[in-house]
Structures are given as structure tokens and as C-alpha cells.
Design a protein around this ligand. Structure first.
Ligand SMILES: [Zn+2]
Ligand SMILES: [Zn+2]
Length: 358
């Protein structure tokens, strides 16, 4: 099999032939048909998300089941599946309490080497998936079977960015009709937050991003107003658009403590500040303690959009099929696995909403 390998921090991925490890009894071999390139892959490469190399990156993908282990019961050969970057084992405390996005098997599925390099070095797979490859072997709890005719490149996005963003609006924040939403950071996940807020019936959706392409795209996906924060006046502009109160919901979709503070400041009294972006593991977020209490602002962390993947992947597919969630226009570039490093360059240059490897 061919795979894109993370060998060293701050270096390009290396695409090479590797030997897949033998699947275990609960493992599934999936032929990857499309994989989105997510900012979290870049976060592994630059050390924001700690993961020791060498490893196959990629955690947002879809494909067809090629073979299953002897104890696999959830999927069978030929099924169409989307990888879930957090597994849903179905039996742990969190899975049984409608919080499968916090499944206790999250780290266990990352613990098996999934391939070896030609020199015999074992390779782990990001989040137990490793979608930057033509084939991946993963535990069946990391897969959700789907039945749809949607194109692969759209299904791939449901594996991470779309579920994270739409879920943050619908599940975590539970945006209500008529409300006002501000979104700081309008990459793939931010655009999905905007679409989620639109689906929820938000009256005003303010998209904040310094990149013009992202502001223009935001308007297409449902934003009603855009702000270029480059001049430092974003907070004042949000206040001006919200009668001086601030937004009912302010989403931070970058993962920077400074913009989390900004999102908190943009949140009205009694509103919710939702932190979607993942800050560096060694960073701390400082918030004004008095307004946290006396203005009763809620700060909500969210992982995987608080999604219950076995429930939410089919729901999201339904929204796409009905034309209420636009994933087609979120794919702004398609490329081959060999060109994967170009996807990261385009991401850093702000040239794309989402690149898909297919
Ligand atoms: Zn991701
Ligand atoms: Zn579980």
C-alpha cells in the first residue's frame, strides 16, 4: 500500500510504499476513496497536537470495506463507510450516556501499528485511521456504515470538519432560530459552523476572517455579515451589529488563546462562547473572571461537534441530500496522494476551504 508518512516535526510528509500490518479479529480493511486534508493534520506536523512519528496521517476519510476480521459485526465487504476519528465503541460509560465523542476507546484504537516501512519500522495511524493512504486498517468501532449516492469527496468531509463544525452549532451550542452568531476563523470547520447556524435558523451570522476568499465563501454558505479583523476593530464591529450587546453565540474556530478571549468578549451577557479550535497542548486561556460570573457567560469546549457519529453521520447525509447542507462547494481543490504537501501549503496560504485527496 502507499501512504503519506509523518517522519519528523516541521517537515514534509513522505509518500512511500509500506506493508500493511495483519488485521486483527475486530479490524476492517478499507479501500480509501477520498480523504480531506484537515488543519489537525498540520497541527501534528507542527507539533501543536502531540503525536510521535513515524505515523500515517489523515483522519477525515471515506471508502469501501475490502475485508473484515473474524469478529467484526458492524460492517461487511462492499459497505460504504466513513472513518470516525473518535471511535464509538457503544459500550463504555460515555457511549452509553450519549457522549460517544468522548469514547473511552479513543486512545486504545491509536495503539496498534498499522503498517511497516521497508526497513521494518512500525507505523502508527493518526486517530487509529491513517486516511492518507490507498488502504487503511482500523478497528470496526472507528467506522460508520452509510448508505447514500453522494460523491466520495463530500462524504470524506463528514469524517471530521463538517461534523465538528455543524455539530458545534447544532449539538454543542444548540443555536436557536432568530439568534445572532459570530464565527472567528472561516476555514473548513468555520464554514461548517456557519452552515450549522444557518440550518438552525440563526437570523444573523457574522463571519470573521482576514482572508477575502473565506469571507466571500462564508456569504455563500449563509453568513449575513463579514468582518476583516486585520485592522483590530472586529469586537467593535460585532457590537455595532448586535445593538451593543454582543453575539448570542461566538465560536472560536482557530485554536488561539487570543482569539478565544476575543470570542469571549464578543459574547453577550448570558450568551455562549464555543471553543472549537484546538489550542496548543501547553497553552492556557485567560478569561476576565468577573464577566464570566456577573455577565453569566458560558464557555463551552466542543470536540467532534459533540456528535454521536452513528446518529449524526446519517443525519448530515440527509441534510446534504436535501440540499440544506452544501458540501460540494466546500471542496475547493482535488489532488493525488503524491501531492499532499501542496495541500498543506495551500492551507497555510489561505487558498482553500478544503483540499481532498482522491
Ligand atoms: Zn480534522
Ligand atoms: Zn465508547
Amino acid at each position: 500500500m502507499r501512504a503519506a508518512i509523518f517522519l519528523e516535526q516541521d517537515s514534509d510528509l513522505v509518500v512511500e510504499d509500506v506493508t500493511a500490518a495483519d488485521p486483527g479479529p475486530r479490524d476492517v480493511v478499507v479501500q480509501i476513496t477520498a480523504s480531506g486534508v484537515c488543519h489537525s493534520d498540520l497541527s501534528v506536523i507542527n507539533g501543536t497536537l502531540p503525536m510521535p512519528p513515524p505515523a500515517i496521517l489523515g483522519h477525515e476519510g471515506t471508502g469501501i470495506v475490502e475485508s473484515v476480521g473474524s469478529e467484526v459485526s458492524r460492517v461487511k465487504k462492499g459497505d460504504r463507510v466513513i472513518g470516525s476519528f473518535i471511535p464509538a465503541c457503544g459500550v463504555c460509560w460515555f457511549c452509553r450516556n450519549h457522549q460517544s465523542n468522548l469514547c473511552e476507546q479513543t486512545y486504545a484504537v491509536m495503539g496498534s501499528p498499522r503498517a511497516t516501512r521497508s526497513d521494518g519500522t512500525p507505523l502508527m495511524a493518526m486517530t487509529g485511521l491513517g486516511t492518507f493512504a490507498d488502504v487503511m486498517t482500523c478497528n470496526e468501532i472507528s467506522l460508520v456504515k452509510v448508505e447514500t449516492d453522494l460523491p466520495d469527496e463530500q462524504l470524506a468531509l463528514i469524517g471530521c470538519g463538517v461534523t465538528t463544525g455543524v455539530g458545534a452549532a447544532l449539538n454543542t451550542a444548540q443555536v436557536v432560530p432568530g439568534s445572532t452568531v459570530a464565527v472567528i476563523g472561516c476555514g473548513g470547520v468555520g464554514q461548517a459552523v456557519i452552515q450549522g447556524a444557518r440550518i438552525a435558523g440563526a437570523a444573523r451570522i457574522i463571519a470573521i476572517d482576514p482572508v477575502e476568499l473565506k469571507r466571500t465563501t462564508a456569504l455563500q454558505f449563509g453568513a449575513t455579515d463579514t468582518i476583516d479583523p486585520s485592522d483590530g476593530g472586529a469586537l467593535a464591529q460585532v457590537q455595532a451589529l448586535t445593538g451593543g450587546r454582543g453575539a448570542d453565540y461566538a465560536f472560536e474556530v482557530i485554536g488561539n488563546p487570543k482569539t478565544v478571549q476575543q470570542a469571549f468578549d464578543m459574547t453577550r451577557s448570558g450568551g455562549a462562547c464555543i471553543v472549537v479550535g484546538v489550542p496548543r497542548f501547553d497553552q492556557t486561556i485567560e478569561l476576565p473572571s468577573m464577566s464570566l460570573v456577573l455577565q453569566e457567560k458560558r464557555v463551552l469546549g466542543t470536540v467532534y461537534g459533540s456528535a454521536q457519529v452513528n446518529r449524526d453521520f446519517p443525519r448530515l447525509i440527509g441534510l446534504v441530500e436535501q440540499g440544506r447542507l452544501d458540501l460540494g462547494d466546500m471542496v475547493t481543490r482535488r489532488m493525488h496522494l503524491d501531492d499532499i504537501n501542496d495541500a498543506f501549503k495551500a492551507m497555510q496560504a489561505g487558498e482553500v476551504i478544503r483540499s481532498v485527496i482522491n
